[in-house]
Ligand binder design. Sequence first.
Ligand code: AMP
Length: 265
Amino acid sequence: MVNDSIGFVPTMGFLHDGHLSLVRAALDACDRVVVSIFVNPVQFGEGEDLEAYPRDSARDRALLYDLGVDEIWCPTVEEIYPEGVDNVARIEPPREFAQILCGKDRPVHFSGVATVLERLFKKIQPTDVYFGQKDYQQTRVVDWLIQEYFSGIRLHVESTVREEDGLAMSSRNVYLTDEDRKEALHLNNALQSVLERFKEGEQDVATLERVLRECLDVPGIRIQYAEIRDSYTLEAISEVKDSAVACIAAKIGKARLIDNVLLHV
Ligand code: AMP
């Protein structure tokens, strides 16, 4: 147990076991644990699902209370953005992190994430913050934010929690119809196929990306990206030398889902 440590788990609520695994990790390691629930308007672009984003504050609070969280913080939009969401001076992470992969389709997303986290971290002053590998690119942006503004905060990245059939848990899975839900399994299956080929010795990125795309070439799946990048810098690479990450984003029905797997030599 670290002395006087404050673990912080920022979420947008509608909690599932993925979120709760972060909370449990924080509870195991920290003296106090704070969880925030805030659907951050500035990380949603125009036409995205800000209004539709699922919410269930009573259930979330009950789950967190049962786990023994010390503080559940559900700020209002006005509390976080007193100047009004249209007047926010955004923190812009470097383009090489923020305008690739998810940032290509969601150009304001990561500036919105960095902006809200800077405000949440300032208020909570955590010693330790907990994020999910599921949002891999986000973890790289958070790492950058900490280096820029909060040196000393420890970043913990916890493994992706999956349903029994392999689908990564996500608040947005509620958008999936039964039919979509079956198609969505191709995401994890594609990542597992790439991991298998990699373990067999394939290190050529073009070949591994071809495997990803072939596995996702299914009616009902609209790939937004399927790429393998350096796991630290997120730069494009031609060969997996040390550690890479295979990342997918795809639209299935009304949902936009993301998933990834790490490829370590
Ligand atoms: P969100 O509420 O979607 O903003 O997510 C809050 C935190 O939970 C983020 O750090 C996510 O990466 C993490 N998270 C979301 N889904 C999962 C999952 N399936 N497994 C582990 N962590 C997750």
